[in-house]
Design a protein around this ligand. Sequence first.
Ligand SMILES: [Zn+2]
Length: 75
Amino acid sequence: MIAFLFFIIGTHFFSWGSEAASNQMRCGKCGTEGRFIKKQGMRFITLFFIIPLLPISGIKNLLQCAVCGAKYQTN
Ligand SMILES: [Zn+2]
């Protein structure tokens, strides 16, 4: 029974938002210099890996590279 619960309950980081950042940055992963996308995200305990049940972190502010999708936490 416990093994079954571990199988269906996990954690997942959900992020949202698509505002363009005001300043330009260089991406450490792909080297592109340009505007990043401002996003916010939170880690949740999930059911079946996609259904958020409980938030387990505060809201994080992120900047995402528009080219390769790398995310950088800003706080
Ligand atoms: Zn990049």
